[in-house]
Write a protein of this length. Structure first.
Length: 174
Protein backbone atom coordinates (compact mmCIF):
# COMPACT_ATOMS: atom_id res chain seq x y z
CA UNK A 1 0.00 0.00 0.00
CA UNK A 2 2.82 2.42 0.90
CA UNK A 3 4.54 1.82 -2.43
CA UNK A 4 1.26 2.32 -4.31
CA UNK A 5 0.60 5.65 -2.56
CA UNK A 6 4.17 6.77 -3.18
CA UNK A 7 3.92 5.84 -6.87
CA UNK A 8 0.57 7.64 -7.21
CA UNK A 9 2.01 10.77 -5.61
CA UNK A 10 5.04 10.63 -7.89
CA UNK A 11 2.90 10.21 -11.00
CA UNK A 12 0.49 12.91 -9.88
CA UNK A 13 3.30 15.32 -9.13
CA UNK A 14 5.17 14.59 -12.33
CA UNK A 15 7.14 17.86 -12.35
CA UNK A 16 10.92 17.79 -12.13
CA UNK A 17 12.60 19.11 -9.00
CA UNK A 18 14.15 22.58 -9.51
CA UNK A 19 13.18 22.44 -13.18
CA UNK A 20 15.95 20.01 -14.11
CA UNK A 21 14.77 17.50 -16.71
CA UNK A 22 14.49 13.92 -15.53
CA UNK A 23 15.35 14.52 -11.89
CA UNK A 24 11.80 13.93 -10.62
CA UNK A 25 10.54 14.81 -7.17
CA UNK A 26 12.61 14.22 -4.06
CA UNK A 27 10.76 12.32 -1.33
CA UNK A 28 11.33 13.03 2.35
CA UNK A 29 9.90 10.51 4.82
CA UNK A 30 9.63 12.09 8.26
CA UNK A 31 9.58 9.69 11.21
CA UNK A 32 8.96 10.48 14.88
CA UNK A 33 11.13 9.07 17.64
CA UNK A 34 10.25 5.54 18.74
CA UNK A 35 9.10 4.99 22.34
CA UNK A 36 11.78 6.20 24.73
CA UNK A 37 12.40 6.70 28.41
CA UNK A 38 15.10 8.97 29.80
CA UNK A 39 16.44 9.59 26.28
CA UNK A 40 16.94 5.89 25.40
CA UNK A 41 14.66 3.57 23.46
CA UNK A 42 12.60 1.15 25.51
CA UNK A 43 12.20 -2.48 24.41
CA UNK A 44 8.97 -1.40 22.68
CA UNK A 45 10.92 1.42 21.00
CA UNK A 46 13.53 -1.04 19.73
CA UNK A 47 10.72 -3.20 18.32
CA UNK A 48 9.26 -0.10 16.65
CA UNK A 49 12.64 0.74 15.10
CA UNK A 50 12.76 -2.80 13.67
CA UNK A 51 9.22 -2.32 12.33
CA UNK A 52 10.40 0.75 10.43
CA UNK A 53 12.76 -1.51 8.48
CA UNK A 54 9.87 -3.76 7.50
CA UNK A 55 7.64 -0.77 6.65
CA UNK A 56 10.24 0.60 4.22
CA UNK A 57 11.61 -2.72 2.97
CA UNK A 58 10.41 -2.18 -0.62
CA UNK A 59 11.49 1.46 -0.79
CA UNK A 60 14.80 2.68 -2.10
CA UNK A 61 16.16 4.92 0.66
CA UNK A 62 19.19 6.94 -0.42
CA UNK A 63 20.05 8.50 2.97
CA UNK A 64 18.97 8.51 6.62
CA UNK A 65 19.21 11.68 8.73
CA UNK A 66 18.83 12.39 12.44
CA UNK A 67 19.83 15.03 14.97
CA UNK A 68 22.54 13.83 17.36
CA UNK A 69 20.11 12.79 20.08
CA UNK A 70 20.22 9.19 21.38
CA UNK A 71 16.54 8.27 21.04
CA UNK A 72 16.33 9.69 17.50
CA UNK A 73 19.59 8.05 16.42
CA UNK A 74 18.51 4.71 17.89
CA UNK A 75 15.21 4.94 16.01
CA UNK A 76 16.82 5.08 12.55
CA UNK A 77 20.21 3.37 13.04
CA UNK A 78 18.72 -0.12 12.43
CA UNK A 79 17.18 1.15 9.16
CA UNK A 80 20.47 2.64 8.00
CA UNK A 81 22.42 -0.51 8.94
CA UNK A 82 19.91 -2.70 7.07
CA UNK A 83 20.73 -0.62 3.95
CA UNK A 84 24.49 -0.70 4.47
CA UNK A 85 24.42 3.02 5.30
CA UNK A 86 25.28 5.22 8.25
CA UNK A 87 23.00 7.82 9.77
CA UNK A 88 23.99 11.35 8.77
CA UNK A 89 23.63 13.67 11.74
CA UNK A 90 22.38 17.24 11.48
CA UNK A 91 21.80 20.16 13.80
CA UNK A 92 18.10 20.54 14.56
CA UNK A 93 17.89 24.33 14.53
CA UNK A 94 14.11 24.47 14.06
CA UNK A 95 13.52 26.35 17.28
CA UNK A 96 16.67 28.44 17.67
CA UNK A 97 17.62 29.44 14.10
CA UNK A 98 15.06 28.69 11.39
CA UNK A 99 17.25 30.21 8.67
CA UNK A 100 20.04 27.75 9.48
CA UNK A 101 17.55 24.86 9.61
CA UNK A 102 16.12 25.86 6.25
CA UNK A 103 19.64 25.78 4.78
CA UNK A 104 20.44 22.39 6.36
CA UNK A 105 17.19 20.90 5.07
CA UNK A 106 17.68 22.15 1.51
CA UNK A 107 21.26 20.83 1.46
CA UNK A 108 19.82 17.39 2.35
CA UNK A 109 17.22 17.67 -0.42
CA UNK A 110 19.64 18.92 -3.08
CA UNK A 111 22.21 16.25 -2.22
CA UNK A 112 19.52 13.58 -2.75
CA UNK A 113 17.67 15.17 -5.66
CA UNK A 114 15.12 12.83 -7.20
CA UNK A 115 15.63 10.20 -4.48
CA UNK A 116 14.08 9.21 -1.15
CA UNK A 117 15.47 10.14 2.26
CA UNK A 118 14.35 9.41 5.81
CA UNK A 119 14.52 12.16 8.44
CA UNK A 120 13.89 11.30 12.10
CA UNK A 121 13.00 14.20 14.38
CA UNK A 122 10.57 15.31 17.06
CA UNK A 123 6.98 16.21 16.07
CA UNK A 124 7.52 19.99 16.40
CA UNK A 125 10.62 19.86 14.22
CA UNK A 126 8.86 17.71 11.63
CA UNK A 127 6.05 20.27 11.39
CA UNK A 128 8.51 23.16 10.97
CA UNK A 129 10.65 21.31 8.42
CA UNK A 130 7.63 20.28 6.35
CA UNK A 131 6.57 23.95 6.21
CA UNK A 132 10.09 24.87 5.06
CA UNK A 133 9.66 22.39 2.21
CA UNK A 134 6.43 24.06 1.10
CA UNK A 135 3.68 22.18 2.94
CA UNK A 136 0.94 24.55 4.01
CA UNK A 137 -0.29 24.26 7.59
CA UNK A 138 -3.85 23.52 6.49
CA UNK A 139 -2.51 20.48 4.57
CA UNK A 140 -1.02 19.00 7.74
CA UNK A 141 -3.24 17.02 10.02
CA UNK A 142 -2.37 17.54 13.67
CA UNK A 143 0.73 15.56 14.56
CA UNK A 144 0.25 13.56 17.72
CA UNK A 145 3.94 12.64 17.93
CA UNK A 146 3.12 8.93 17.79
CA UNK A 147 5.92 6.86 16.24
CA UNK A 148 3.63 4.97 13.85
CA UNK A 149 2.72 8.16 11.97
CA UNK A 150 4.89 8.85 8.94
CA UNK A 151 4.75 12.07 6.93
CA UNK A 152 5.76 11.64 3.30
CA UNK A 153 6.65 14.85 1.45
CA UNK A 154 7.23 14.88 -2.31
CA UNK A 155 9.11 18.03 -3.26
CA UNK A 156 8.37 19.35 -6.73
CA UNK A 157 10.69 22.33 -6.47
CA UNK A 158 11.63 24.78 -3.73
CA UNK A 159 8.47 25.99 -2.04
CA UNK A 160 6.16 23.49 -3.77
CA UNK A 161 5.48 20.12 -2.19
CA UNK A 162 2.75 17.54 -1.63
CA UNK A 163 2.33 15.70 1.69
CA UNK A 164 0.66 12.47 2.74
CA UNK A 165 0.46 11.21 6.32
CA UNK A 166 0.40 7.45 6.76
CA UNK A 167 -0.04 5.20 9.75
CA UNK A 168 2.29 2.21 9.83
CA UNK A 169 -0.58 0.17 11.35
CA UNK A 170 1.49 -1.40 14.09
CA UNK A 171 -0.41 -3.85 16.19
CA UNK A 172 0.12 -3.88 19.93
CA UNK A 173 1.24 -7.13 21.53
CA UNK A 174 -1.46 -8.61 23.73
Amino acid sequence: MFKTILMMLTLWVGKPHDGQPGSGPTTVIFVNCAEEQNGQLTSVGRDQAASLIRFLENESVNAVYSPYKPCLMQTVEPLAKSRGQQVTYFRDACFDDEEVMDHILWVMVEKNQGKTIVVCAGPGSIEKMSKMLGIRKKSLKPNTGVFGEVLIVNILYKGEAVAQKLNMNFQKKV
